[in-house]
Design a protein around this ligand. Structure first.
Ligand SMILES: [Zn+2]
Length: 451
């Protein structure tokens, strides 16, 4: 018997942290930040509800902060075990954790608190970090662990843990295939237990072709209106996918030449890591690169690394396109552009990612006419356009199909990493259509796994 406990991402998307244990082994899957909601910072400061010293191994599914953001805090709290992920995840995690230091420190100072970790904790975490290839087996006591392609961001993986012929699979975040750069998620086979993400468990996505055509049209409209197109984008994956598609549109003359600014040091550095790990791309992307195209370089594209370069964007007359973080407009350079251009009815804001409850992005998405940015009330007169096809997570139909791959064998599905509405919707469908037990655990819930 093993015991599985949900210490995060239960009935919410963020804060992923699962404990799988028996009398001899204690494993963690992910150790992420809670993000978005008002209570998030408090929850991030709470002590871990288990003893970090007793954990043998932390498996990391991918490098998004809601999966890795509390790892340095775990190390600070005494964790001395192994940290294991794929190589791109390790590289992206180091970048992301270092990058978020500044924001964490600032937030903590504002609240008169100590930051949840410091630079030395990041360094110590990196020194415990080992990497593994997809599909190769790691042994931890009597358990065999394998990382499988999850197709969500570069290096993202599902973690399969096996004892004898019993398997439990943690999906981490899953991709929304086909994607421009990544391979499709591995199919689910022979799983007895599944811990599944459900970000879009109650939604249906639009097609891929549609999304590129939509972007093309939005860019054309913005140019015609002499406006500014702002795209808040997650620095890892979404930005690289956007660049990849803009590269195609620009080089094939489907959009007129306008200045396109990538205004995010994090996204620029993440793009360099993507370039370093091209061997993890899918066949089609590799083919384009091998034929000599630099997919992150095209006429009009400029990288704004420094604050000075970022400020210069203001002096460039519209039309122009600005891609900047953060993806939910909770901070970063995008909010400065939003403050400047949201009051402009010729400009537009393009939302390509999930906007978590409580975030500025979510308020704009839901049609707020006024928003508070950097302490000022700002009218929203710019167009707000949402393209769901860019989602880095699969929709309800894909998820159902994914579970079906193992429905004969599945004893129970735990639906997590989704808001209550999304999680319970897909859980109900799994019960109704596949006849498989599916539950939506609460924070702190434990379950016995017969393995
Ligand atoms: Zn993710």
């Amino acid at each position: 018997m093993m015991k599985l406990t949900f210490h995060g991402a239960a009935r919410e998307v963020t804060g992923v942290n699962y404990l799988l244990e028996d009398s001899t082994t204690k494993l963690l899957i992910d150790c992420g930040l809670f993000q978005g909601a008002k209570t998030a910072e408090e929850k991030n400061r709470d002590p871990f509800p288990y003893n970090p010293l007793e954990i043998d191994v932390l498996f990391v599914t991918h490098a998004h902060l809601d999966h890795i953001g509390r790892i340095p805090k775990l190390v600070r709290a005494g964790f001395k075990g192994r940290i294991i992920s794929t190589l791109p995840t390790r590289d992206l995690a180091e970048l992301s954790l270092t990058d978020s230091l500044g924001i964490l420190t600032k937030e903590a100072e504002r609240d008169g608190e100590k930051p949840i970790y410091e630079e030395k904790d990041v360094q110590r975490a990196m020194s415990l970090w080992e990497t593994v290839e997809y599909d190769s087996e790691i042994t931890v006591n009597d358990l065999k662990v394998t990382f499988k392609e999850a197709g969500h961001i570069l290096g993202s993986a599902m973690v399969e843990i096996k004892r004898g012929d019993k398997r439990v699979v943690f999906t981490g975040d899953l991709g929304n295939p086909p994607t421009p750069l990544l391979k499709d998620p591995h199919k689910l086979e022979n799983a007895n237990y599944l811990i599944m993400e459900s970000t879009y468990g109650d939604k249906e996505h639009e097609g891929r072709d549609e999304r590129k055509t939509k972007v093309e049209r939005i860019i054309e409209d913005t140019i015609k209106n002499k406006g500014v197109l702002m795209i808040p984008a997650f620095s890892i994956e979404r930005t690289q996918e956007l660049l990849f598609e803009l590269n195609d549109l620009a080089e094939n003359g489907r959009i007129p030449r306008v200045p396109i600014f990538l205004d995010s040091p994090l996204a620029i550095k993440a793009t360099a890591i993507y370039k370093k790990h091209e061997d993890y791309y899918n066949k089609e992307a590799k083919y384009i690169i091998e034929s000599g195209d630099d997919v992150f370089k095209f006429p009009g594209l400029e990288f704004s690394l420094t604050t000075e370069e970022s400020k210069k964007i203001n002096n460039v007359p519209p039309p122009k396109i600005i891609i900047a973080g953060s993806g939910m407009s909770t901070g970063g350079r995008i909010i400065h552009h939003e403050k400047r251009y949201l009051p402009d009815s010729n400009s537009a804001l393009l939302l390509v990612g999930f906007q978590s409850a409580g975030s500025l992005g979510r308020r704009i998405q839901e049609g707020a006419k006024w928003v508070k940015i950097l302490g000022e009330d700002i009218p929203v007169k710019a167009g707000v356009i949402r393209i769901k096809g860019y989602s880095a997570h699969p929709d309800t139909n894909w998820l159902l199909d994914f579970v079906k791959g193992s429905s004969e064998r599945l004893e129970k599905v735990f639906v997590a990493q989704g808001e209550m509405k999304a999680a319970s919707f897909i859980a109900q469908r799994i019960r109704d259509y596949l006849g498989v037990k599916a539950v939506v655990p609460k924070q702190g819930d434990s379950f016995e796994l017969d393995m």
